[in-house]
Design a protein around this ligand. Structure first.
Ligand code: NAI
Length: 331
C-alpha cells in the first residue's frame, strides 16, 4: 500500500525499509510531524503512518480524508492523539501496534528507579570529574520496599515481575485485575490506598478521560512523604504543576518520567541550540531529584523490529481485505 510516513527519524526509515522487503509496500518517509499544516503531504496516499506525537485532531483528519487517505497506521500502542469520533464519521480505518515489547518499557521504568535511587546520573558525572566523594549519593535497598503498579496490563505485569525479583512487596490498582499478577502475589487495592502505602509508584495505564491527571493535587495528598513517582506511560496522567508543588514540599521525593504532557515539539528533537520556552519543563529539570528521559521507553532493537513488522502486516491486512485484529474501533 502506498503509505506516507510522518515524523520519521533515520532509525524508523532503516527498520521499516529492511522489513518491508518481505511486504513490498510503497513507503515514503517525511520528517515533519503530521499536523494540519503538513497534512497536504499526505495527498494521494491511501495510508499514513504516524507516531505518538502526530496531531490527529479533527482538522488534520478532515484534511487527509479529503485528499484520499483512508487508513491511519499507528506505529505505537496508544491512540490518545486521534479524534476517534471524527475518524469514525469520515470512515477512516485505524490500526495500531498493541504490543511490541512490554519488556522495553518495563525495563526502562526500572532503569529510572535505579537511576534515581542510586543517583547514577550524579555518580557518573562526578567520577568523570575525578570527584570520588560519596556525599549525596545515599540510596536505599529496593528489597522489602512496597511498589505500587497503576495499570497491570502487558507492561505493568512485566514491571511487577521484575520488581518481584528485587524482593519488593507489590500493590496494584487496575480496573481489571490481571490473573498473572494475582498469581505473583500482587495485592490489588484502591488507588488512594496504593498511593498511601507505596514507596515507589509506577504508572502503566493508558491515557483516557478517566485517567487524565490521575496524579493531581488531590491524589498527591495520599502519597507517603518522600515517595518515588515513575511515569513511562503518558504525560497526561500527571498534573505536572501539582507534582512540582509536591516535589517542593517533599511529598514527592523522586520523580522519574519518560513522558511529559507537553512533550510534543520537544521530545525526539535536538533542541540543544535553542532556548526552551516551556517554563514548567525547565523548572522540573532544575530539581536534583528529577530524572527525565525523552520518551525512549520503547526504544530497543527488538521493539523497533516488532513495530515495523506489525505495522507492515497491518497494512497488508487492510490492503487485501483480510481481517486485522489490530484495528482501533471507535466507540
Ligand atoms: P495494556 O492495555 O496491556 O494495559 C493497560 C492496563 O491499564 C490494563 O490492565 C487496563 O485494565 C488498565 N487500565 C485501564 N483503565 C484504567 C484506569 N482507569 N485505572 C487503572 N488502570 C486502568 O497496555 P500496555 O501495553 O501495558 O501499555 C500501557 C501504556 O504504556 C500505554 O497505554 C502507553 O500509554 C504506554 N507506553 C509507553 C511507551 C514508552 O515508550 N514510554 C511505549 C508503549 C506504551
Amino acid at each position: 500500500m502506498k503509505t506516507a510516513f510522518f515524523n520519521t527519524k533515520r532509525y524508523d526509515e532503516r527498520s521499516f525499509t529492511e522489513i518491508n522487503r518481505a511486504y513490498g509496500h510503497e513507503l515514503t518517509f517525511f520528517e515533519p510531524r503530521l499536523t494540519p499544516e503538513t497534512a497536504s503531504l499526505a495527498s494521494g496516499f491511501p495510508a499514513v503512518c504516524v507516531f505518538i506525537n502526530d496531531d490527529l485532531g479533527e482538522e488534520t483528519l478532515r484534511a487527509i480524508s479529503t485528499t484520499g487517505t483512508q487508513v491511519i497506521a499507528l506505529r505505537c500502542a496508544g491512540f490518545n492523539n486521534i479524534n476517534l469520533a471524527v475518524a469514525k464519521e469520515l470512515g477512516l480505518t485505524i490500526v495500531r501496534v498493541p504490543a511490541y515489547s512490554p519488556y522495553a518499557v518495563a525495563e526502562h521504568a526500572v532503569g529510572l528507579i535505579m537511576t534515581l535511587n542510586r543517583k547514577l546520573y550524579r555518580a557518573y558525572n562526578r567520577v568523570r570529574d575525578d570527584n570520588f566523594s560519596l556525599d549525596g549519593l545515599l540510596g536505599f535497598d529496593l528489597h522489602g520496599k512496597t511498589v505500587g503498579v497503576v495499570g497491570t496490563g502487558k507492561i505493568g505485569q512485566c514491571f511487577a515481575q521484575i520488581m518481584n525479583g528485587f524482593g519488593c512487596q507489590l500493590l496494584a490498582y487496575d480496573v481489571q485485575p490481571n490473573p498473572a499478577c494475582v498469581e505473583l502475589g500482587v495485592d490489588y487495592v484502591e488507588l488512594p490506598q496504593l498511593l498511601s502505602r507505596a514507596d515507589i509508584i509506577s504508572l502503566h495505564c493508558p491515557l483516557l478521560p478517566a485517567t487524565h491527571h490521575l496524579i493531581n493535587a488531590q491524589s498527591l495528598q495520599h502519597l507517603k512523604p518522600g515517595a518515588m513517582l515513575i511515569n513511562t506511560s503518558r504525560g497526561g496522567l500527571i498534573d505536572t504543576p501539582a507534582v512540582i508543588e509536591a516535589i517542593k514540599s517533599g511529598r514527592v521525593g523522586y520523580l522519574g518520567i519518560d513522558v511529559y504532557e507537553q512533550e510534543g515539539g520537544l521530545f525526539f528533537e535536538d533542541l540543544s541550540d535553542t532556548v526552551i520556552q516551556d517554563d514548567t519543563f525547565q523548572l522540573l529539570q532544575s530539581f536534583p531529584n528529577v530524572v527525565i528521559t525523552a520518551h525512549q521507553g520503547f526504544f530497543t532493537q527488538e521493539a523497533l523490529h516488532n513495530i515495523a513488522e506489525t505495522t507492515l502486516s497491518n497494512l497488508t491486512d487492510i490492503e487485501i481485505g483480510r481481517p486485522c485484529n489490530h484495528e482501533v474501533i471507535a466507540p
